[in-house]
Structure formats: C-alpha cells, structure tokens
Design a protein around this ligand. Structure first.
Ligand code: 5CA
Length: 445
C-alpha cells in the first residue's frame, strides 16, 4: 500500500478522553473511531489488525479440530426463556422488539442458540464429540464502557461450544481449548496466564480466565511468579491425545494463579514469599465447563450406545478478539507509539522515502516495494511529500516492526537502512539484503 492512496487519519494531538495508552494510540494511529459509548468503527489500519487476529484465532481453532460456523447477532428471546436466562441476564442485555412486536435481543453470547442448532440436527452419541465455534459481534450494555475496545459495548468475540457424551470427554474438550488458547496468544506475541476464575452468568464450576499482565488491566490477580516462566513454544500437540492435553493443562494450572474472585489467602500463603505476586491483568479469554445446564433445560439429548437418552455435556470457550488489540498494545509499546509483534502487524514493513521526488530515491523505493510484494509481504510505502521527521513519527506511531529507509546519501554508497522498531537498531545494507532479511523474519511466522 502507498500511503498517499491509503486512509490513515493520524491524530497529532493526544485525545483528551483516552485514559490508557492502547486507547490513546488506537485513536492517534487512526485505527478506530468512536461512534457512541463503547461502539467503534474500525478504520482501515485497525480493521487490518483485527482481521489478522481473527485469522490466527481461526487457524488455531481449526488445528484443534473445532468447526467454524456463523450465527446471527440478533436472537429471538424465546430461546433465552427456555434456559431461564432471559430474565436473569439483566440490564446488560440489549432488548429489541421487531415490527410484529416479537421480543428479540442482540446476542451477548450464544449458549442457547448453539444448543438449539445441536438439538435440531444431532441425536446420537455417534456424532460426538463435536465443537462448533464462531467469531461474531456481541453486544453487552456494559455499565461503564471504557478504555476503548478493551471494554466495549459492541465487541468481537470468538465463542466455541463443545458437545460431549460424558463429563470426561467434555473435560478433554476443556483441556483442548486451554492448549489451543495458549498457542493462539503466543502467536500474537502475548503471554496469557490461565487463572482459576468465577463463572458469572455463564454458569458451571470449572472455569479459567486467560490474563495478560498489565498495569492498566481491570482484574486484580494473584500468582506464583514461576508461572510466568512456562511457555508452550513450538512443541507438537496432538489434540486427540487426552493424556497430552491433560498434561499441558496440569503444567499450566497447578501453580497458584487466581483472579480476585477466587483468591484464597491461605493457599497463597503456601507459595514462597519471594514468588508471591499480586498484579493487574487484562482478561483476553475464558473457558467454561458447565455440564448439562443448557442441554437439560433445552432438551439437547443423544441416544447412548446402550439405547438410552442423555443430555449432552457442554462447555463454552471465549476469546476477546477486539479486546486483544488493546491488550497487545498495552503489552507492546513505547513513548513513540505501538510496537506490533510480527504475528499481527497490519503491514509487514514500512518504506520511508527521505527525498520524495528525487528520481533515484523514488526508483529505489519502488523497487523495494515491488520486491517485498513479490516475496508475499504487505509493505506500506510512505510516499508522501513530507519531512523525514514526520514520516518517522508516523511509522513509529503505527508500530510496523521493520522499516527500510531510503535516501540519496545512502544510495550513493549503494545502501539503505533497515531498522527494528522494537530495538531501535539500524543497519546499513543493500536494498536486496534488506528485502531478504525482512522476508526471512516472516518466513517462520
Ligand atoms: N460464552 C462464554 C464463552 S464463549 C462467554 O461469553 N465468556 S466471557 O463472558 O468470558 O467472554 C469471553 C471474552 O470476551 C472475555 O474473556 C473477554 O476477553 C471478552 N469480552 C467480554 N466482555 C467484553 C467487552 N465488554 N468488551 C470487549 N471484550 C469483552
């Protein structure tokens, strides 16, 4: 993309109403525009990152054997009357009447609707296990929408639902989700720690939240510091292997790590003092096992091998897709702007032309631009007729991990400059070598 042809409405001033850094940078970098409290338009740059995050979530869900579908945002109230949650959900639910006077709602989550789909089409244990998921907009009329996309009213969520014959199978689904979530967050350059939590209006006893440690997080958390040393890394996972998934679950959840809702001061005392940490965290996902709560209420049963009929065991599993943009920025920025991890960056590499209009520099930039595209990358070429300082400030703000700077002086010596946004280090090399280096960086991602 050439910047002169793009739509990147960068703000010069710090928006007064944005209290935390991710909100400030998302507004300043022209990623989002607020349309009402907690409701945002996704401008091109923000939309691009949102799509990259969505893509990673999809890939890791499919890898775990989960099946994508798409349910609507609007739901009939009658489904929620069956589970009893229409009255229970309270003011967070946006309730709407259609022209026929029928009660509708904008879905805050989809347990009822997925159970309705299941009961209409599945009737036998032979069709299990089954996990269906979608990535769809949700609406929760939050009392205090704030911090931009972090606590929105309309937000994008991945929500998945498992259906299993037995509790044991459903707990395997729970573990499978835990492992796939760990991999998902790591690909985004994030460390998200599973912590024992409270299930709230979803229900059930088994639930873990995934928390990214950040001072601006809304949750108070307590943990054993050694938990931050564990990484999933590149290990091979067989998602059908119950023992392997259970072992990863055990590894990541046996150390003390809890949100304030389930914090137990006595248990915490047992952690050696120097490892006892309390901090704040951003909740980027949550997994639940709630057994037959919805299947019983809504008649989602299957025939068993011995000819009986039982309600299926279920769980639901969410990832805050739009919230993740905020969480990643909170975890990765400096005083100049965002620093995108390579896995989610909106453009792979920026190209800064230090002397727009100079024949030689223009031609060199064009060549680099085309070579990066040819290598399958998505570069952003700042071809504006602007001062170098302004171009650098924009690149730093929008946070592309790599920048190639091209100027007449370097070209005279046959070199351009390759700069890492994260370290700030620059290296001079030929244009070909810079393209090759950037291509190599992304080859493993
Ligand atoms: N049905 C279950 C799992 S699919 C569910 O709704 N879980 S949840 O309530 O925990 O939401 C899942 C994730 O969505 C949360 O972990 C959080 O990351 C994100 N989320 C929840 N509320 C908001 C909000 N108001 N704004 C942005 N993201 C949110």
């Amino acid at each position: 993309m050439r910047l002169t042809r793009y739509f990147l409405p960068v703000l010069k001033e710090n928006p007064a109403d944005a209290q935390i850094v991710s909100h400030r940078y998302m507004l300043r970098a022209g990623m989002i525009k607020q349309q009402a409290a907690g409701i945002y338009s996704w401008l091109p740059l923000g939309y691009k990152v949102l799509k990259r995050i969505e893509q990673i979530v999809h890939e890791e869900q499919v890898r775990a054997g989960h099946i994508p579908l798409l349910m609507p945002t609007l739901q009939p109230a009658d489904l929620w009357r069956e589970s009893g949650r229409y009255d229970d959900y309270g003011l967070e639910m946006l309730r709407i009447k259609d022209r026929q006077g029928r009660d509708m709602l904008y879905g805050p989550t989809n347990e009822e609707m997925i159970t309705d789909i299941f009961r209409a089409h599945v009737g036998s244990y032979k069709d299990l296990p089954l996990t269906l998921y979608h990535i769809q907009w949700k609406f929760r009329d939050e009392m205090r929408p704030r911090f931009g996309v972090m606590r929105g009213r309309e937000f994008l969520m991945k929500d998945g639902y498992n259906f299993d014959l037995t509790k044991e199978d459903a707990l395997h689904a729970y573990n499978r989700h835990l492992v796939s979530y760990l991999r998902t967050y790591e690909r985004m350059g994030l460390q998200a720690i599973p912590m024992r939590a409270d299930s709230g209006p979803i229900g059930g006893d088994d639930t873990h939240e995934f928390l990214v440690l950040a001072e601006t997080g809304e949750s108070e958390v307590f943990y054993d510091a050694t938990v931050t040393d564990i990484k999933l890394g590149a290990r091979e996972i067989d998602y059908d292997d119950k023992a392997q998934c259970a072992a990863v679950m055990e590894e990541f959840t046996s150390l003390y790590a809890r949100t304030d809702e389930t914090h137990d001061a006595d248990l915490f005392e047992a952690v050696p003092e120097e490892r006892r940490k309390s901090a704040r965290g951003i909740e980027v996902g949550q997994i639940f096992y709630f057994g037959t709560k919805y299947s019983e209420a809504m008649g989602a049963t299957v025939v068993t091998p011995d000819g009986g009929r039982v309600p299926v065991h279920m769980g639901s599993h969410g990832i805050g897709v739009s919230r993740l943009l905020g969480a990643i920025i909170e975890a990765s920025h400096d005083d100049k702007g965002i620093i995108w991890p390579e896995g989610v960056t909106p453009f792979h590499c920026g190209i800064v032309n230090l002397k727009q209009g100079d024949e030689g520099t223009d031609a060199a930039c064009e060549e680099i631009y085309k070579a990066l595209q040819k290598a399958g990358l998505d570069p952003l070429y700042d071809d504006r007729d602007e001062r170098a300082g302004a171009k650098f400030a924009t690149m730093d703000l929008i946070g592309l991990p790599w920048r190639i700077t091209v100027g007449p002086r370097g070209l005279k010596n046959g070199v351009v400059e390759l700069t890492s946004r994260r370290t700030g280090e620059s290296e001079e090399m030929t244009a070909e070598a810079a393209v090759e280096r950037v291509t190599q960086v992304y080859a493993g991602i």
